[in-house]
Ligand binder design. Structure first.
Ligand code: DC
Length: 229
């Protein structure tokens, strides 16, 4: 029997990556960070000096880009495009800023959703993003919508940036998060939205371990439901 697909969606800074990685490790599932794929297209577009107001060229670039994930010897998952390891490049503030407008280009979404559906088709995956439960895998067995208050999300992002040695002001991080949420939720194609059948988890007062356990409990009860008829 095919293993479930776990779709984890939510706004920036809700803890999706940490939780998705933790759930995948515990279940032995594949972890797919779809945000990194939009970031990779943004990095490549900037490298090729394609401006944001030339979406046709960005779509063309995305269509010709081979994007894939590989587990490296450090045990972490790395993202590659045509043999280039972009794992660090996709995390710069510039890549963060460019990824939102790039992800609003319908042709780019079309290409990346096609790749994501191929990556997840076998099941046994934890895929995180903004539209996984609503658009990429509307029939996913487990759907989670992770949120946290804007203040908490800004605080977490700020902490991540500091840990990466990138200086930032909390207020500025909060303003960028608000702007990105607004853009990601209001775009025409597959905007950020909770699927009607997704479980809502507000992570404000929860530890990472508690959230991971909650997702695993939901997964286990779905598996039981399916197999006991
Ligand atoms: O999750 P993230 O911050 O790495 O995502 C980067 C950008 O890509 C963000 O602005 C939202 C967008 N994105 C999207 O539109 N759809 C997804 N499935 C994943 C990310």
């Amino acid at each position: 029997m095919r293993k479930p697909i776990i779709a984890i969606d939510g706004p920036a800074g809700a803890g999706k990556s940490t939780v998705a990685r933790g759930v995948a490790a515990k279940l032995g599932y594949l972890y797919i960070d779809t945000g990194a794929m939009y970031r990779a297209v943004a990095v490549k577009a900037a490298e090729s000096r394609i401006p944001l107001d030339d979406p046709d060229r960005i779509v063309d670039l995305a269509n010709n880009l081979d994007i894939y994930f590989l587990k490296e010897i450090d045990g972490a998952q790395h993202i590659f495009t045509d043999g280039d390891d972009l794992t660090e490049a996709v995390r710069t503030p510039e890549a963060t800023r460019l990824s939102s407008p790039v992800s609003a280009i319908p042709g780019v979404r079309h290409r990346l959703v096609e790749l994501q559906r191929k990556m997840g088709a076998q099941g046994g995956v934890v895929m995180e993003g903004r539209d996984i439960g609503t658009y990429v895998f509307p029939d996913a067995e487990v759907k989670i919508f992770l949120t946290a208050s804007p203040e908490e999300r800004a605080r977490r992002r700020h902490k991540d940036l500091e840990a990466a040695g990138i200086p930032a002001e909390v207020e500025k991080v909060a303003a960028e998060i608000r702007e990105r949420d607004q853009r990601d939720s209001s775009r025409a194609m597959a905007p950020l939205r909770k699927a009607d059948d997704a479980a809502l988890i507000d992570t404000d007062d929860m530890s990472v371990e508690e959230v991971v356990q909650k997702v695993i409990d939901i997964h286990d009860s779905k598996v039981k439901e399916c197999c006991t008829g």
